[in-house]
Design a protein. Structure first.
Length: 143
């Protein structure tokens, strides 16, 4: 029951109910300050974006746990290298679309540990919720 409440909190959190300090930007890569030398201003926006990323990543972990439960109940391996590659490539394409580099997207999408941390989270949630003896080897092939 604790897990269900935890996941529902993550999955149902409405970004409009976040603290007023969290600002949501448009998807276009616009820079809201005029001076490229304004490090304080740039850091302020980086912090705001980091807050958004943390919120989204917590939601992603919640859905990863749900996928992990489904895989566990169906007897499917949690770690699927083909899926991992598809996730990394998908993120590479998305980041490229918004003005970043394909390499940065691949790192964010999986090669930089996101997938492996999600898999570790799936394992911990399965162990805490329904199968304390569940074990699987999650190899981290990240830089």
């Amino acid at each position: 029951m604790h897990l269900i409440m935890h996941l529902s909190t993550i999955l149902e959190r409405d970004p409009r109910k976040l603290p007023k300090s969290v600002t949501w930007f448009s998807l276009r890569p616009e820079y809201p300050f005029s001076s490229p030398c304004c490090i304080t201003c740039a850091r302020r926006y980086i912090d705001i974006i980091d807050e958004q990323l943390a919120f989204l990543y917590a939601r992603r972990l919640g859905y990863a746990a749900i996928a992990g439960f489904a895989k566990h109940s169906q007897g499917v391996e949690l770690n699927d290298p083909t899926r991992n590659e598809a996730v990394a490539e998908g993120m590479a394409q998305r980041v490229l679309k918004y003005g970043g580099t394909k390499e940065a997207g691949r790192v964010m999408g999986g090669e930089g540990c996101q997938i492996y941390v999600s898999l570790e989270y799936e394992v911990s949630q399965i162990q805490e919720t329904c199968d304390p003896k569940f074990q699987t080897d999650v190899k981290r092939n990240c830089n």
